[in-house]
Design a protein around this ligand. Structure first.
Ligand code: ASP
Ligand code: MG
Length: 406
């Protein structure tokens, strides 16, 4: 007997027929004698619809009321799934965030889970009851409904698995696992049997959309055994595991990309102390997250170019902030470029292999792809490219690092 958390995303509960299919999957685990907690998202498209409703009334809305509205999608699916389970003769009940309770801080719209006392759920496991829990929502320290940020039900599931000390957390989704690259772009991409938490964390934050980044952080912290698998096929998925559970590390395990980037160049900005602090301080104050940064040594000792990247959506806000600083910066021009992509390679093996970055740069150079900005960490190398090269770059790197499926 094991204790399982099964999480189903929006597409997996997108229709009544699919909710019935989920109920059958849950029944199978219950019949096998396992204790099961299910975490569900809202039906696909529903959260977007709710967000649009809120925005259509006010763009500067009260975040607490936003949470009241957008959390309702999950209230519908926990109820429907509980009924579907009961129809199959399974004892099940729904749990909203505040009922569990999933305690969070009071940062509405982006709350963080602090604690999940789940004694009552565990007590009911002993009576054979399945807990059907609403993902994405909790109750804040202000005693009001909170949501965890878009895609947050992955984090709900992992947090619940940690709190329940579950043996496994299965994330059922519309893909059958984690791939070496986006299969829509790299037709030779292969499904990975296993990947480490560290690699998954990099992949998730660098654009792979299978899991919310915060859910991977949490799985890593609490060593929750995670599996990403398809809710439509009966196949094993990808396990996200500890480093020690993988015998031989690939130098590169995956290639990923994100178009969610924009580049800004401050041309001929004064080369003197305090400029970077002024620029990035002002951006931070405006809640603009800066990712990659390059600055050259100035030729003449007076002025140099400063280039950095930010989220695509944040470009207008960043430009506003920079225009205000214009006089202070005394630069020749502020040049925005929204048409860029960040392509990254990720792999634990990089820690022990030299020449990985060089191999990446050569492979791109051979295809005539110009690299605009580079950033590295222990297990990844990212490059910023013109967006038109996305597909070519991903395929080229996939082949160069020997990831193409036979
Ligand atoms: N329904 C929420 C969203 O769309 C949470 C989730 O699906 O993970 O963001
Ligand atoms: Mg999701």
């Amino acid at each position: 007997m094991a204790r399982l958390v099964m999480k189903f995303g929006g597409t997996s509960v997108g229709s009544i027929e699919r909710i019935r299919n989920v109920a059958l999957k849950v029944k199978r685990e219950v019949d096998a004698g396992h204790e099961v907690a299910v975490v569900v998202s809202a039906m696909s498209g529903e959260t977007n619809r709710l967000v649009d409703l809120v925005s259509s009334i006010s763009s500067m809305h009260d975040a607490r009321e936003y949470d009241v509205v957008v959390s309702t999608g999950e209230q519908v699916t926990v109820g429907l799934l509980s009924i579907a389970l009961q129809e199959l003769g399974i004892s099940a009940r729904s749990w909203l965030g505040w009922q569990v309770p999933v305690r969070t801080n009071a940062i509405h719209g982006a709350a963080r889970i602090e604690d999940i006392p789940c004694d009552e759920i565990i007590r009911r496991f002993a009576e054979g009851q399945v807990a059907v829990c609403a993902g994405f929502q909790g109750i804040g320290s202000d005693n009001r409904i909170t949501t965890l940020g878009r895609g947050g039900s992955d984090t709900s599931a992992v947090a619940l698995a940690a709190a329940l000390k579950a043996d496994q957390c299965d994330i059922y989704t519309d893909v059958d696992g984690v791939y070496t690259a986006d299969p829509r772009i790299a037709t030779k991409a292969a499904k990975l049997d296993k990947i480490t938490y560290e690699e998954m964390l990099e992949l998730a934050s660098l654009g792979a959309k299978v899991l919310q980044t915060r859910s991977v952080e949490m799985a890593m912290k609490y060593r929750v055994k995670l599996q990403v698998l398809s809710s439509f096929e009966d196949l094993p998925g990808t396990f996200v595991v500890d480093e020690d559970d993988i015998v031989e590390h690939q130098v590169v395990s995956g290639v990923t990309y994100t178009r969610d980037e924009a580049k800004v160049t401050l041309q001929q900005v004064a080369d003197k102390p305090g400029i970077a602090a002024t620029v990035f301080g002002a951006l931070a104050d405006a809640h603009v997250n800066v990712d990659m940064i390059v600055q050259n040594v100035s030729e003449n000792g007076h002025a140099t170019d400063l280039t950095f990247t930010i989220g695509h959506k944040e470009l207008p806000q960043a430009m506003k902030v920079l225009e205000k600083l214009r006089d202070k910066l005394d630069c020749k021009a502020i040049v925005p470029d929204p048409d860029v992509v960040k392509v990254s390679i990720v792999g634990m093996g990089m820690r022990s292999h030299a020449g990985v970055a060089q191999k990446m740069f050569s492979a791109l150079a051979e295809k005539g792809i110009n690299i605009q900005v580079i950033s590295t960490s222990e297990i990844k190398v990212s490059v910023l490219l013109a967006e038109e090269y996305t597909e070519l770059a991903v395929r080229t790197l996939h082949t160069a690092f020997g990831l193409d499926a036979a």
